[in-house]
Design a protein around this ligand. Structure first.
Ligand code: BGC
Length: 762
């Protein structure tokens, strides 16, 4: 039976019920018509499927779930910059969905990292829309290649947990289009997710779950999204408004009130049954999509999946500091391992994403295996309480002093990185800072291994230690990955996908975060993350895109297909990358674009492409990139479209956002046809900014400048009248000069406007 026929056979009650969950994790089945339920499960870095998916939703639903592979969380995955790997993670999770009879996974999360304090940053990829969009797409493509659906969440501007249910994110149109929407747009266009989850918060005063503009006009009509929109759990305030806006599925269910509301609205004509039918069709389409390919439950190979988690962790870790080539470690006689996290690693954050792992690698045990022959001394160093314990520090110092190297495992307490609230600060505990300082004061060969999901403040201790490895919330295979990297069995190749600021107050959102009176103003606009730090020339702890390797790379021969090109033709580029060191390794090559001159403020650079390349010592590979019109465009709120401008752009290729190796300047010829926005009240400046208007004003200005009276006033007042006139309306000037004009000012104005509006922009 096709979907139209099926819907035509459904009663209003059945359609209304289908648009509301049947339980905490399922849609409502319609037995009479053989419509099965679909099962949804969190996400994103592994499955959290509870045994009884038919139970109703309550806080206890955060309880133990069926064991599944726990992969590194999104901030770690992103640091791999490896689309193929993230796709493989998606495929692996897809296989586990099949094994656990899950139809749709509630991930990936792709909210931009606006402040390091957001309690869910560990679940999100990046501060850069292109990187976040591309990596989300890779994950979705992986999951969906197995015939299981993925859910891109949380749509949109849910960039903090503080007051997430009531807060309105106040974001201007350009910022939305270029940053917050853009990253979802990229992911949706590259991967066609089966579902999008709308967020809890409001956007510019309207709940995202009630925004027709967001959920229908932008998502479906502009971007051609053809899946279902589901609500975040409990994000519906008014089922009628949300249905009309475009939320197909309210979760969780059942919700008697919403059901009643729908029935009453249909009865009294407030809701057109056609809207309900369309919604039901979209949900049915998703059910059919799944059932067409649904296989019988099939077990997955726990060991193989564990080894994928290990590989992913090792590709994600970032070597932040390696002075005196302190790493990799040659097996010393005595190693001091200090820190609770060496034996109790933090593999993930808290909240709805919590996975019950199938297995967990313990760093301490893994190091012991690799460092066979070395003597190892262990000290816990700190508890998860934030109180100073000098005795623990003294014991740690004692073992560090007599060892050849100290490996210090530092993890944030588990309740610090958690869904539903933000961190208060970026600090480690006092004990941990004191511990690092004390250990490094007696042991110059101290390496800190950081076990956390978003940046922490390092300024108090970073200069005291020669080595730092960012190991992230590393998933169940992280313990082995850490050991492999420390001992050089794996060459680290991750780079951070977000800026690590020196201090919190440097962060662009600092002044406005967390907002007041239920509004948080995104005052930094498009200048999020490195876009801000670069523009303001602020020193950072570690820049976006940064990470070290045990080998070295050199870039050469950046070539562009043309130094002058039309935007619609795009640009092809190649660059050579050589491994100039002694160890095989992987380099993440980053391509940034800068618009050298523009009407609107633009970032110093923006990431547009990247590639991860594997090189043997001495080997060179040529990397190719293609840029298209979109890569040079900005969003013009005035014209409600993306536009390019004629002029020079710098194409920059580098190792990080702050280490550009090669730059080529190119000249873009714009073919964007933008409509003329000049009107009766436009200022001289606005006329000059419009190509059509400029010619007219330039001629007019000659007359004005040559006007004797004008010259006299200008001289007498000792001001640059022309400059002063820039922000005056043209009509005002015409009226001042009315006595010397051949026609009345309004008539002249009307002719000028006809002239400019009738002409195409060049
Ligand atoms: C979270 C979602 C999650 C859902 C179901 C919500 O609180 O924001 O990300 O998928 O719960 O657990």
């Amino acid at each position: 039976m096709n979907i139209d026929e099926l819907v035509s056979q459904m009663t209003i009650k059945e359609k209304a019920a289908l648009c509301i969950g049947g339980s905490a994790w399922c849609t409502t089945s319609v037995r009479r018509l053989g419509i099965p339920e679909i099962i949804m499960t969190d996400g994103p870095h592994g499955l959290r499927r509870v045994e009884n998916v038919n139970e109703s939703h309550n806080i206890a639903s955060l309880k133990e779930s069926i064991p599944a592979t726990c992969f590194p969380t999104a901030s770690a995955l992103a640091a791999s910059w490896d689309v193929e790997l993230i796709k493989e993670v998606g495929e692996t999770i897809g296989e586990e969905c099949i094994a656990q009879d899950v139809d749709i996974i509630l991930g990936p999360g792709n909210n931009m990292k606006r402040t390091p304090l957001c309690g869910r940053n560990f679940e999100y990829f990046s501060e850069d829309p292109y990187l976040g969009g591309d990596l989300s797409a890779a994950f979705i493509n992986g999951v969906q290649s197995k015939g299981v659906g993925a859910t891109l969440k949380h749509f949109i501007a849910n960039n903090q947990e503080y007051k997430r249910n009531t807060m309105s994110s106040e974001v201007d149109e350009r910022t939305l289009r270029e940053i917050y929407l853009r990253t979802f747009e990229i992911a949706i266009k590259k991967s066609r997710p089966w579902a999008v989850m709308c967020s809890y918060n409001k956007l510019n005063g309207t709940y995202c779950s009630e925004s027709y503009e967001l959920l229908t006009q932008i998502l479906r009509e502009e971007w051609k999204f053809d899946g279902i929109v589901m609500s975040d759990w409990g994000a519906i305030h008014d089922r009628i408004k949300s249905l009309k806006a475009g939320v197909d599925l309210e979760m969780p269910g059942p919700k008697k009130n919403s059901f009643k509301q729908l029935m009453t609205a249909i009865r009294n004509g407030e809701l057109d049954e056609e809207i309900l039918s369309k919604t039901a069709k979209r949900i049915l389409k998703t059910i059919v999509r799944r059932y067409k390919v649904k296989e019988d439950k099939r077990d997955f190979d726990v060991n193989i999946h564990h080894s994928i988690a290990r590989k992913t962790a090792s590709e994600s870790m970032v070597l932040l500091k390696n002075e005196r080539d302190i790493l990799p470690i040659e097996k010393p006689e005595l190693i001091a391992i200090i820190g609770k996290a060496a034996k109790n690693p933090k593999i993930q954050g808290g909240g709805s994403s919590l996975v019950t792992p199938t297995n967990v690698d313990i760093p301490y045990e893994e190091i012991k295996k690799i460092a066979e022959g070395s003597k190892i001394l262990y000290e816990e160093g700190y508890t998860m309480e934030d109180e100073l314990n000098q005795e623990m520090i003294n014991r740690a110092k004692d073992v560090a002093k007599i060892a050849k190297i100290a490996l210090l495992f530092i993890a944030l307490p588990p309740n610090k990185e958690f869904e539903s609230y933000d961190r208060d600060d970026m600090h480690l505990s006092k004990q941990q800072v004191e511990l690092i300082k004390s250990v490094s004061s007696v042991q110059p060969n101290t390496v800190v291994i950081l076990n956390n999901g978003s940046p922490i403040s390092m300024k108090e201790w970073i200069d005291d230690v020669p080595g730092v490895l960012q190991a992230w919330l590393m998933g169940q295979g992280g313990g082995k990955a850490v050991a492999d990297i420390l001992f050089g069995r794996i060459n680290p190749s991750g780079k951070i996908a977000e800026t690590f600021p020196v201090k919190l107050s440097d962060n662009p959102a600092y002044i406005n975060y967390p907002g007041e009176n239920d509004r948080v103003i995104y005052g930094e606009g498009i200048f999020v993350g490195y876009r801000y730090y670069d523009k303001k020339q602020i020193d950072v702890q570690f820049p976006f895109g940064y990470g070290l390797s045990y080998t070295t790379f050199e870039y050469s021969n950046l070539k562009v297909s043309s130094s002058k090109f039309r935007d619609i033709d795009g640009l092809a580029l190649t660059v050579d990358v050589t491994n100039t060191g002694k160890m095989a390794g992987k380099e993440i090559v980053q391509l940034y674009v800068m618009d050298r001159e523009s009407k609107l403020a633009r970032p110093i650079k923006e990431l547009k492409r990247f590639a991860k390349v594997d090189l043997r010592p001495g080997e060179t590979k040529t990397i190719s990139f293609n840029l298209d019109m979109q890569d040079f465009a900005y969003y013009s709120p005035q014209h409600k479209s993306w536009v390019t401008e004629n002029g020079e752009f710098d194409i920059m290729v580098g190792k990080s956002s702050r280490e550009i190796c090669l730059t080529n300047r190119v000249n873009l010829i714009s073919t964007t046809e933008i409509s003329c926005t000049l009107n009766y009240n436009s200022t001289i400046r606005e006329w000059l900014e419009d190509e059509r208007g400029r010619e007219i004003i330039e001629n007019l200005s000659k007359n004005i400048m040559n006007n004797k009276e004008f010259q006299q006033i200008s001289k007498g007042a000792n001001i640059d009248m022309w400059k002063a006139a820039q922000d005056t309306q043209l009509i005002f000037i015409l009226k001042q000069m009315a006595w010397s004009l051949p026609l009345v000012p309004d008539m002249i104005m009307s002719r000028l406007l006809t002239q400019v509006h009738g002409r195409r922009n060049k």
